[in-house]
Design a protein around this ligand. Sequence first.
Ligand code: F3S
Length: 390
Amino acid sequence: MELTHEEEEILNGRRGEKLAKVLEVIVKVGEGLEAERLVNVTHAHISGISYKNIGDAGLEFIEKLASSNLRVSIPATVNPAGMDIKKWKEMGVKQDFAEKQLRILGSLRKLGFKMLLTCTPYLYEKIPPGSQVAWAESNAVLYANSILDLYTNREGGPLALLEAIVGKAPLYGYRLEENRRPGLVIDFSDIKRTIKERELYQAIGYYVGTIAKFKVPLIKNYPPSLLQSDNVKLFLAAVGASGSVALVRFHGEEKNLERYRPSIDDIYSALPADFSDEGTILMGCPHLSAHEIQWLANIVKRWGKPKRRVIIFTARVLENSVHKEIAALSRAGIEVYFDTCMVVADLKSMGVDKPLVDSAKAAYYLSSQGYDVRLFSRKDILRVFYGDHV
Ligand code: F3S
């Protein structure tokens, strides 16, 4: 791999042995991927920080890094943890788990990470379009590449952490323009109206990920409502759950590309769960935005307390800006948690056996954790809140 003078100096230990080791790992990964060189990244976002997922091995790795006096060299944020850091007792989290989770967060703070604790950094971090970044959360990666015109691969959590320290990443994959060209077309002409009417944005996302796999899909004839921020968030999260692709194109040249034109049955058959009406409603995968919380608060204002248990997950950064809405939701009996999410927290300890979700990503991961999940469109989940009259 071609290295700059600065990179050679780091590898030679001029800026400390520990930093040299970190860069060595990144260079090795780059060589394995046949990257010609490294590129400077200007922002990092790491996943895999829930004690539930990374256990003692992950805790040790992060504590060791933090105790070596290494620090991030660029702005860097973190994904949700395994619990709400203030209300963990209400979530039924055990003392031992909480202590270990707080140790992970303490070490990340020491390393210089900003404790955003959300999978929607794209709603809060301002990064100029065209920037190379190192993001590890799949829904955020898809949003970064597809909507914000940023450049990132789907980095592994530990790799993104090391890249945050050095501020460099191997130049390969989605960082290169030639790999961002569409590889197939998915044309929604036949079901455009139904997608909008039934709000099937996560369902078509799940279908797109299944069909695209590693190829960049070019989406055609979709309803314009797909690109509204909250809808595209659900859509891209679902693409990232069912496929390995890190970018969706909404415009582009379609000549000579393989073409798919799904029917509504294709969309429903891509869903990993059926409809039902029992269980606990969970919303906020990806984390609910301020706009979604306001929308939910308006619904509750109009229709009153939901008939079922409802739990929502969002980013702590919104705690003040939508505190009135959050208070109204709490008064209606809706449980609101920050810093964590339905997939990386322990739902069993929260007394949830059967999750009812409006996110195909959550349905996918909770099914793989053994939960009996039901997936609804956002429109349908309101019926589950209140019954058919909504
Ligand atoms: Fe976010 Fe957790 Fe879903 S990290 S995208 S809410 S699985």
